[in-house]
Structure formats: structure tokens, C-alpha cells
Design a protein around this ligand. Structure first.
Ligand code: ZN
Length: 516
């Protein structure tokens, strides 16, 4: 629809001439994919000696819209245009005038989250989406509060970087924005103010670590101590609702006997109460604005059993929570940045039941967290969910940035890697990784031409993956960043190399899910 509208307005010869005039000024290089036309104006992005610039060329009847933008005004034969910097105000104005840049809730089919810790990856993500040609709905702005803290970025900066990246790459098919792994109501408020449309609640701290190994007496005591008031429930009514029930899920029966119910309630009851409180806070904060709600228990110690998934879905629904997607903790290990560790056949059986539960109690999407680089299970995940899936990746785009740097600036890559080796033991604490320093090669021992090959190395990938925050915020004694500016300027100077790395890497992720 937007593309058609854009085409209709391409014929405005006056605007075309003025845009050509702006570009004729020395040092302006048009980003061809960014060209867009609306009823009001022609729009484009150009690289200039002072960085990326927004070009706005309004129709004679819409010259007033330039007041919405910061920048340098000019005129050509008496008709105005504007050359503006990529500021937050300009990003907000651009989203108002080009509505396809405004984040919105996702459609029900396959979607993919592309975390982007550096804020420079969206053009490469767009290229991968276009290359697979399917109908995968993207989330370009996606960061957890943990990532924003570690990279010193604000929720608004995360949204704005995705706005500029998708504008530059000419993506007009819509996009979501995921405030990922939120843990507190304050997180929600900050992200709602910035315009996020998807809210991923991580109640992991409220999931009991002991339920799976507790003795029956301990389970009973923990059951009695559940927050029954916050659950708006009593032990007797929960038993009456669920104990002894059998759920028929597309031919497979899942029994919830008394023991399974007690264990599920002890393990996930507090998480259900927390998610409910977060949902109610979010609904109030959004005040009628639509949003996607995701429940993620992926970062917990033990797998979510089918009975536990049913318990969570049944109880959240009773409490009025409405969600678009849910991320169970699957069998096997979903470690950061590397292939699935476990038996793909066991994953296949697990995914089959979880997908059936999501259809029976929703339908809602199954969300695959730490979803990058798990090539051995994508086909299974796509098949069982029948396309109702969200695949979430985050750090793998940062690893592709380091691959691009290894190709064009091996010395910079070596110094980042050496620093990461020194930070790994401390930084790994909050991540699911198993890399060992003893098994990682030395930074100095690798010839420049071989640096990019390190990005195929299990231990190197994980070490680089979890140390991003230390690397991006490291400072010299005088306060200057040690790596962040060099990484960003190298990627900007070699934007084509970075986009190429991302496209190649993400095509492999998206293809198994495209066209479902
Ligand atoms: Zn996650």
C-alpha cells in the first residue's frame, strides 16, 4: 500500500528537480533505497562529509511541514527544501510523516526480532528480509534493559536508530519495537514513553529454582506460602480448576495430576502473579494504545514441562492477561551465539507439544529466545508452530559487526578480542554460556587474514558475545572511549561490508521460516 502511494507521487517533477539540486552540492551521496515520496514531500537520506543527512523536499502546498524538522533550509527557484541531521526530533517528525516507520503491533504470522546493540545493523537486516522475500514481520528496535544499560543507550535512541536504519534501507512494510526482558514497572514506563509496541516480560527471578528437586514436604510448604491474594485465588479453587484434569492436545493427552499441579504452582505461581501485575501496569500506561505482550521464562534453569506451560497459560488467562507470544524454556541448551546444544529429536518432540498448547490456549506465538545460530532446529520450530512463531536474536548482529571489523580492520579486532578475553570471567555471570578461556586462541597468535575465521569458533563467539557491554563502554583515563567510537566509525566507513555480513548471516536464519 505504501509502495503504491510512493509510486503515485514519484511524478512530481518540481520536487525531483529540487532533490537533484540538493544532491548536486559537493559531497552528497544519495542512499538510493531511502528515496520515498508521500503526498506532502519527497524524502531521502544522503551521506555527506558531516555524516548522514535527511533531505526533505516538500510540495508547494506543504512547505509548512519543514517547521517540524531541524536542519539547514535552502531554496531552489523559490521553493524550499531542508537538509537535517539525524536527531531525535527529526526521527520523531519523520515517523509522523512516513507512518510505515512508526512501530506497531506485529501481525499474527512469523516475526523476527533483530537486536542491534550498536544501532547500525538495520540496513543489513532489511537486506536479509528482502532476500528471503517471505512475509516475516520484523522488529528492528529490540533491546533488553540489561543491554541498554551495558551499551549506555536510552530506549529512545534504540527506537530512533531503527527509524534511521529502516528509512535508509527503504523498508516500508511495517515494524514492531520490542522492549525486551523487562523486570520492573519502571522499565515499562520508560519504554512506553519512547514508543515501544512489544513488551517482553521476564519473570525469571520469580520462577522457583528449587521446585524441580524439592521433597514433597518442602513443595507442600511452598504451596501454602504462594501469594494467594495476588493470585486472586485459594488452594481449594486452584485444585478444583486444574487437579486431575487431562488436556487433549491434537491427539496427545497432557495429564495434570495433584503432584504436577503443586509443582507447577510452586515453580511458576509467583511468576504468574508478577506477569499479571506487569500486564496491568502496562495496560494502564498505554492507555488504550495497542501493544504486543510477550511472556518469557526462557532464562530459567530447568525446562518448562507441558503441564507447567498449561498452568501458566490457564492462570494468566484467568487473571485477564492477554499475550501475543510466550517463550517457554525448551529442553536442551540455548546458549548465546552458538548452535543448539542437545538432541534435536528431543527438541522436536518438546516443540510439538508447546506449539499445540499455544494453539489450544491462544492461539499465540511461540517465541524462540536466544534464537540466533540454532540452525539445526529451525525447520522443526517452523513446522510445529505452523508459522505462528517469533524468532528472537540479539548478540549475533554484534558478532557480525566484529566479523566486518575483522575483515577491514584486523588490528582493531585483535584489540577488542584481547580486551574481551580479560573481561569474560566477570561478564559471563548473567548469561547462559559455557565457553572456556583455556580453549580460546590467543589474540596475538592469529594472522590478520585469519581474524574473521575466529567468528566461527565456539569459544571465541561466546566470549565476544557476552563482553559487548565492557567493550562498548571501556574508557581511557581521560574519559575517551577505548573501542566504541572506533567500532562505530569503522562500520560506518564500511557500511557495505557490514550489511553484506548481516545479510548473509540472517538469510540462513530467516529462510527456514519464510513463506509459511
Ligand atoms: Zn530471552
Amino acid at each position: 500500500m505504501n509502495a503504491t502511494r510512493a509510486a503515485e507521487h514519484r511524478g512530481d517533477a518540481g520536487r525531483e528537480r529540487r532533490l537533484a539540486h540538493v544532491l548536486d552540492r559537493g559531497g552528497f551521496t544519495l542512499q538510493p533505497a531511502s528515496r520515498a515520496a508521500s503526498e506532502a514531500a519527497d524524502w531521502a537520506m544522503a551521506q555527506t562529509p558531516s555524516g548522514a543527512r535527511l533531505l526533505v523536499v516538500p510540495s508547494a502546498t506543504h512547505a509548512g511541514l519543514l517547521a517540524d524538522f531541524d536542519g539547514e533550509r535552502g531554496d531552489h527557484d523559490g521553493a524550499p527544501f531542508l537538509v537535517g541531521p539525524p536527531t531525535a526530533r527529526n526521527a520523531a517528525a519523520l515517523r509522523r510523516h512516513l507512518p510505515w516507520l512508526e512501530p506497531r503491533p506485529l501481525p499474527p504470522g512469523t516475526s523476527a526480532g533483530f537486536g542491534d546493540r550498536l544501532g547500525l545493523a538495520t540496513p543489513g537486516h532489511v537486506r536479509a528480509l528482502q532476500a528471503v522475500g517471505g512475509s516475516i514481520a520484523p522488529v528492528f528496535a529490540q533491546q533488553s534493559i540489561r543491554e541498554m544499560t551495558r551499551t549506555a543507550r536510552s530506549p529512545q535512541a534504540v527506537i530512533d536508530d531503527a527509524t534511521w536504519g529502516s528509512f535508509e534501507a527503504g523498508w516500508q512494510e511495517g515494524q514492531g519495537a520490542d522492549a525486551d526482558h523487562l523486570k520492573t514497572t519502571a522499565d515499562i514506563t520508560a519504554c512506553a514513553d519512547a514508543g515501544f509496541t512489544m513488551y517482553t516480560i521476564d519473570p525469571g527471578e520469580h520462577v522457583s529454582r528449587d521446585a524441580d528437586t524439592a521433597a514433597p514436604g518442602e513443595l507442600r510448604a511452598a504451596w501454602d506460602a504462594l501469594p494467594w491474594d495476588r493470585l486472586e485465588d485459594s488452594p481449594a479453587s486452584l485444585r478444583a480448576r486444574l487437579a486431575g484434569r487431562a488436556f487433549d492436545l491434537e491427539g496427545e493427552s497432557v495429564q495434570i495430576d495433584e503432584g504436577a499441579l503443586v509443582k507447577a504452582a510452586v515453580k511458576y505461581g509467583r511468576a504468574v502473579a508478577h506477569v499479571t501485575a506487569m500486564f496491568r501496569h502496562l495496560s494502564a500506561v498505554m492507555g488504550g494504545r495497542p501493544f504486543d505482550f510477550e511472556v518469557s521464562v526462557d532464562e530459567t534453569d530447568t525446562p518448562t514441562t507441558p503441564a507447567e506451560h498449561i498452568f501458566v497459560a490457564f492462570e494468566l488467562r484467568r487473571l485477564g492477561v492477554r499475550w501475543a507470544s510466550l517463550a517457554p524454556r525448551f529442553v536442551g541448551r540455548f546458549e548465546k551465539g552458538v548452535e543448539y546444544i542437545g538432541d534435536p529429536a528431543a527438541f522436536d518432540a518438546d516443540m510439538r507439544v508447546h506449539a499445540a498448547i499455544a494453539r489450544a490456549f491462544g492461539p499465540y506465538k511461540i517465541s524462540l529466545h536466544s534464537g540466533s545460530d540454532k540452525f539445526s532446529i529451525y525447520e522443526s520450530a517452523a513446522r510445529h508452530t505452523r508459522g505462528r512463531i517469533h524468532v528472537k536474536t540479539a548478540g549475533t548482529s554484534y558478532l557480525e559487526a566484529l566479523r566486518a571489523i575483522a575483515i577491514v580492520a584486523p588490528e582493531l579486532f585483535r584489540s577488542v578480542y584481547a580486551y574481551a578475553l580479560g573481561r569474560y570471567e566477570e561478564d559471563r555471570a548473567s548469561y547462559h554460556v559455557s565457553a572456556s578461556l583455556a580453549l580460546a586462541p590467543d589474540a596475538d597468535g592469529v594472522p590478520g587474514g585469519d581474524c574473521a575465521a575466529l567468528l566461527e569458533h565456539f569459544h571465541v563467539r561466546q566470549i565476544l558475545h557476552v563482553t559487548f557491554g565492557s567493550v562498548l563502554t571501556a574508557r581511557h583515563a581521560d574519559g575517551r572511549p577505548v573501542f566504541a567510537d572506533a567500532i562505530r566509525s569503522t562500520l560506518q566507513a564500511h557500511a557495505e561490508v557490514y550489511a553484506g555480513c548481516l545479510e548473509r548471516h540472517f538469510v540462513r536464519h530467516l529462510r527456514p521460516f519464510a513463506g509459511r
